[in-house]
Design a protein around this ligand. Structure first.
Ligand code: C2E
Ligand code: CA
Ligand code: CA
Length: 700
């Protein structure tokens, strides 16, 4: 048991020693203490050594001097003999002696050569190689008035001094070791152990950063170490505070994240709805419609009865929008959408395809009716019932295109595009409200696409030309010309503007083409003016050009560059184009007025016109459409219409020009009715020459 205790104590001592030795701080501290103690001891040793040496020498010299004094006291009465002196040398540390008095000298032993006063510092007296010092004592009553010279043996002093040094060094070492051990013990108690504990605490607190308060300890000490512990404790408390704030922030962040995710999901859903449904009517949009139809047509259960895709477009909706305002237009569209939706069995089978165009699946499954034609008629009839918006009632006409499943296509995309082509067909022929798709329509679409493609390069390829058709007053005197665009296609030959202008309008190409036309017209006008032409040039303008904010200024620049007066240029715009989105065109129309540019309302009588607007616009001329002139002078309806237009225009302060005048009868009737000017084949066909040519070239 005692052995075990012993072993345990040894182990813990070894550990402690290893710990101390491993601690750089303690090692340096104890080494420094050890060195300092040694240095102090050495510093003390040097003067002690000197004193001790002097003491030893004095002791030897004292013994020698006592021996000489005793010898002289005994010899006072007797004669001094050499033998007596020899005896003195043998019995004392003296190795040689010389006595002198009254000129008598007695000598024995070694000869004395370097006498040194005996009362001087013995340490500095010269020594013989045998370790003796030569001394001199002056005549003294103690020495019976003898002058004494003596050689004293001090050879044993060196060995005694060496022993002294060793003794002192051993003692110093012992003291140093003891002090070092004590220092080590104190350092361990006061610094190393607490330091290691603190280090351990810091590293554990670092590893377990989530529970800083677990590592708090009371600070018992009032020294710097206690301060360090205090600082660490306050750091732990601060960490705990940060941690709880961090946790709080984290929780808030989590909540925020959750909220954001929810909002994101909601937005995503809304976005999905927005991308699939039309915002205004709530009906499916084109992509959802196509997807649903595809899904339906690929279902093996479908195909029991005949089905068709019906595409419906409102006629003259743009005019309604322009005149009654977009808000009313939107309400009309919502109502029509509601009526069409009533015929659908599935919310994905009815859609707003864009603008005023709707799509619907009719037939067996589409539920409109088992018989397609009956179903379509019902839908159209429902759409054409008057729509009440506020106090106003609007009559809507629709054009419909139909593509029969299986016959006109198998997939949704084909059926839809065929039904749309058919609908456009129906729109073009006012007598036919419903048009079933026919395969030749497809060829027409291809032809259309080819035309668009080559129209894009028509200006660069110099395929466009301006023809000029004369306009005359009632006395058939020329008042001006209308510029009419011609396109000579390299393979198709001349393409009618009635065919390519709508294409250019649909594709936006009309803006670029229109600029070219205006530039050409102004350049021609300048040429003519130089040759004395004072009349005007009418140039046709499309709705899209009016919506172009830079349009009016480009005309002004062109006129200024060529030095042509704005009064000589008249812009012709059809009644329908003018009334469509009039608010949008207002900026350009006001700019026309500022620039002194005037407008002629083309094809008057074929669309809706708001007289209030007409009055507010810089309109100088109304052009009666050709279709009303054709019936003159026999068709009563046309007569009444022409007369009304002429009167109304005059009341508004506008002049009237009738277009498409082909016969003398038409010309005379119009002149009599008060029409100011005439234009038509009777007065001249459109030709290249214009002002200078007396014989206009043929249009064809
Ligand atoms: P519009 O402005 O109503 O032009 C009159 C059209 O009637 C011209 O057809 C002209 O050749 C034709 N015409 C003139 N007198 C008679 C006649 O006595 N009898 C008959 N049957 N026809 C007559 P065109 O040149 O084929 O132009 C068709 C339409 O193309 C024009 O109708 C106009 O709306 C448009 N257009 C022509 N050139 C331009 C242009 O430079 N820019 C724009 N935006 N449109 C143009
Ligand atoms: Ca015209
Ligand atoms: Ca016209």
């Amino acid at each position: 048991m005692a052995g075990e205790d012993h072993a345990l104590a040894r182990r813990s001592f070894n550990e402690w020693a290893r710990q101390l030795a491993g601690c750089r701080l303690c090692r340096n501290l104890t080494l420094a203490a050890f060195a300092a103690i040694l240095a102090i001891e050495v510093a003390i040793l040097i003067p002690s050594y000197r004193n001790y040496e002097e003491d030893l020498l004095n002791e030897r010299v004292d013994v020698a001097s006592q021996a000489v004094i005793t010898f002289l006291k005994h010899s006072r009465s007797r004669e001094i003999t050499i033998d007596a002196l020899e005896l003195l040398i043998a019995s004392s540390p003296l190795t040689g002696v010389s006595l002198r008095r009254d000129g008598i000298e007695y000598e024995a032993g070694e000869a004395i050569r370097m006498p040194h006063p005996a009362d001087g510092l013995l340490r500095s007296a010269p020594r013989t190689p045998q370790g003796t010092i030569d001394l001199s004592w002056g005549a003294d009553p103690l020495l019976s008035d003898y002058e004494v010279l003596a050689r004293v043996d001090v050879s044993d002093v060196s060995s005694e001094l060496i022993a002294f040094v060793f003794r002192i060094l051993g003692l110093s070492l012992l003291i140093a070791v003891f002090v070092t051990a004590v220092t080590m013990f104190v350092v361990d108690r006061m610094m190393l152990s607490p330091l290691l504990k603190l280090r351990d605490r810091i590293s554990r607190a670092g590893e377990d950063a989530e529970h800083p308060l677990k590592y708090l300890t009371p600070t018992g000490r009032c020294d710097e170490f206690g301060e360090v512990e205090g600082v660490f404790n306050s750091m732990l408390k601060q960490n705990a505070a940060y941690l709880s704030r961090l946790k709080l922030l984290n929780r808030e962040l989590d909540q925020l994240l959750e909220e954001r995710t929810r909002t994101l999901r909601r937005t995503e859903q809304e976005l999905k709805i927005r991308t699939l449904y039309d915002q205004l009517t709530g009906l499916a949009n084109r992509s959802l419609f196509e997807e649903q139809l595809d899904h339906h047509f690929s279902d093996p259960d479908h195909g029991g009865g005949e089905e068709a895709v019906l595409v419906l477009g409102l006629n003259d909706f743009q005019a309604l929008n322009g005149l009654a305002g977009h808000e009313t237009g939107d309400r009309v569209l919502q109502e029509i959408a509601r009526r069409i939706a009533g015929f659908s069995a599935n919310h994905g089978w009815v859609a707003r395809l864009g603008g005023d165009v709707f799509g619907l699946l009719v037939g067996e499954r589409g539920r409109a009716s088992t018989d397609i034609e009956v179903g379509i008629s019902a839908v159209i009839e429902a759409c054409q019932r008057p729509v009440q918006v506020g106090r106003k009632t609007f009559e809507c006409e629709v054009s419909a295109g139909v593509a029969v499943s299986g016959l006109d296509g198998l997939d949704a995309r084909t059926l839809l595009s065929h039904a749309e082509i058919a609908m456009h067909r129906a729109k073009k022929s006012p007598s036919q409200r419903v048009q079933f798709f026919a395969s030749e329509f497809g060829d027409q679409v291809l032809h259309r696409q080819e035309l668009i493609h080559s129209l894009k390069a028509a200006i660069e390829n110099r395929q466009l030309q301006l023809y000029f058709q004369p306009q005359c007053d009632r006395l058939r005197r020329n008042t001006g010309y209308e510029a009419l665009l011609r396109w000579h296609h390299p393979t198709l030959g001349p393409v009618s503007p009635a065919e390519f202008i709508p294409l250019a309008e649909e594709t936006g190409l009309i803006v670029k083409i229109g600029d070219w036309v205006l530039e050409q017209a102004v350049a021609t006008l300048k040429g003519w003016s130089e040759q004395g032409f004072t009349g005007r040039m009418a140039v046709n303008v499309s709705a899209l050009q009016l919506h172009d904010p830079g349009f009016a200024d480009r005309i002004a620049v062109s006129l200024r560059n060529k030095g042509v007066s704005a009064r000589q240029l008249e812009l012709e715009i059809t009644e329908t184009a003018l009334m469509q989105d009039i608010e949008l065109a207002m900026a350009t129309l006001n700019r026309f007025r500022e620039l002194d540019l005037t407008l002629a309302v083309d094809d008057f009588g074929t669309g809706y016109s708001s007289l209030a607007y007409l009055k507010a616009l810089p309109v100088s001329r109304i052009k009666i459409d050709r279709t009303f002139v054709t019936g003159l002078p026999d068709n009563e309806q046309d007569e009444a219409l022409c007369r009304t237009i002429i009167n109304m225009a005059h009341t508004m302060g506008c002049e009237v020009i009738a277009e498409g005048v082909e016969t003398e009868a038409q010309a005379s009737w119009l002149a009599l009715a008060g029409c100011d000017e005439l234009q038509g084949y009777l007065l001249g066909k459109p030709g290249l020459q214009g002002f200078q040519g007396t014989a206009d070239a043929d249009d064809s």
